[in-house]
Design a protein around this ligand. Structure first.
Ligand code: PLP
Ligand code: COI
Length: 383
């Protein structure tokens, strides 16, 4: 079923709506009657932090078995009214995405690989037994919110409009089965750096008590439940004075998997890179995939192979391990300086940002912000 057909009953945008500067034919526009004033918005964009400043509007689309995907709208961002028996509140049938819109040098705005997020959203939906949103509709929805809210992209170093598409099971029913109704939404948040102070290098707590995902589980899906399960380990990391938690595999408790919200790479003294393979227990990061390609474009060797924490520690001691970094939409590329575990901490090289890490980070940022060539066609101009 194409989304055009499934949206047959969505009202078209009203050209007389006044505020719909960027109206889209797919999304009806109901403007926020009380948008934040331009001077107040400017004040919020000076130092937005991460995930606390929200824009005036959101996208919503509903699904029911009878109507398919329907009622696509851009509306004022506001609380949802939900039945207390809505399935998501009981069984956590929920998925989300994280992506950014970047300001281009000419004042326009672009998304980075939005079709990759759309594909991952579909596979997350399939894993969580949810009805997948058509991928073109996903991409249209993020384009529409960026067009509507482009004034919210902060013009600060590292600033972007972070987009959070998500979908929840909205059927009112307490039986345990896949929901027959869904609500999809996209909210947008003006963001700066994820780590406070831009973090020159972060410290990881290696979780030896808790794991994130087991074989056959939901590790490769971007579902809220994975993050709920990670919070106790992240809280432990914070108590230990660390920025992020590093998870090991659930079977042998030995193989490095990923961080609570980022993938991980290692750089060795022979100039090669290594990152854990996608075996179903880690999130297939779009930043991870992009960096593998950018590194290979630079002539570097990248292995997608398991790396054991004991080997990592030994390699850090011997000097074979030269650099490590975390990567993701929120974190971009963040050097890892120190790893801490129950029986002690160890630094990676001098504990600062390494040369390969800095080079890859700059290459990615330049591409995302439209100041470097885009040989892979990853940047999608929206405005
Ligand atoms: N791993 C986890 C658990 C994440 O939450 C994220 C962030 O989305 C990533 C990895 C990186 O994924 P991406 O590069 O697509 O943002
Ligand atoms: C992202 O990078 O988009 C994430 O979802 C990770 C989270 C730490 C914000």
């Amino acid at each position: 079923m194409s989304h055009t057909a499934s949206l047959a009953n969505a009202p078209l945008a009203d050209p007389s709506d006044g505020g719909a500067v960027h109206s889209s034919p797919t999304f009806a526009f109901e403007p926020n009657a009380n948008p934040i004033a331009a001077n107040e918005r400017a004040a919020q964009l000076v130092n937005p932090g991460f995930g606390r400043v929200f824009t005036d509007h959101m996208v919503t689309i509903r699904y029911s078995e009878a109507a398919g995907w329907h009622d696509a709208k851009i509306v004022a961002r506001a609380p949802f009214t939900m039945d207390s028996a809505s399935a998501v509140l009981h069984y956590a049938q929920e998925i989300f995405e994280g992506m950014k819109a970047y300001r281009l040098p000419d004042g326009g705005a672009a998304l980075f690989r939005p079709t990759a997020n759309a594909a991952r959203f579909r596979s997350s939906a399939e894993r969580m037994a949810m009805v997948p949103l058509p991928e073109e509709l996903f991409v249209e929805s993020v384009r529409a919110i960026v067009r509507q809210e482009a004034d919210w992209i902060p013009d600060i170093d590292g600033g972007a409009l972070y987009l959070r598409p998500f979908m929840i099971a909205s059927e009112v029913f307490l039986g345990v089965k896949p929901s027959a109704e869904y609500l999809y939404a996209v909210i947008a948040s003006s963001v700066g750096a994820y780590f406070k102070g831009g973090a020159p290098a972060v410290t990881l707590w290696v979780s030896q008590d808790y794991t994130r995902a087991a074989p056959g589980g939901t590790g490769a899906a971007k579902c809220g439940g994975n993050y709920a399960a990670s919070l106790i380990a992240q809280a432990e990391a914070t108590r230990q004075g660390c920025d992020q938690v590093l998870f090991l595999d659930a079977v042998e408790r030995r193989w490095i998997e990923e961080l609570g919200g980022m993938n991980i790479f290692f750089v060795f003294d022979d100039g090669t890179l290594q990152t854990p393979p996608l075996t179903g227990t880690i999130l297939p990061g779009i930043t991870r995939d992009s960096l593998i390609t950018l590194a290979r474009d630079m002539g570097l060797t990248v292995r997608e192979e398991p790396y054991a924490i004991d080997q990592c520690r030994a390699d850090a001691a011997s000097g074979r391990l030269r650099e490590a970094f975390a990567c993701g939409t929120a974190a971009v590329v963040t050097p890892i300086g120190t790893m801490k575990m129950v029986d002690g901490a160890f630094d990676i090289a001098d504990g600062g940002a390494g040369e390969t890490t800095s080079r890859l980070r700059q290459a990615l940022i330049d591409l995302q912000r439209g100041v470097a060539p885009d040989p892979h066609g990853w940047l999608e101009r929206v405005i």
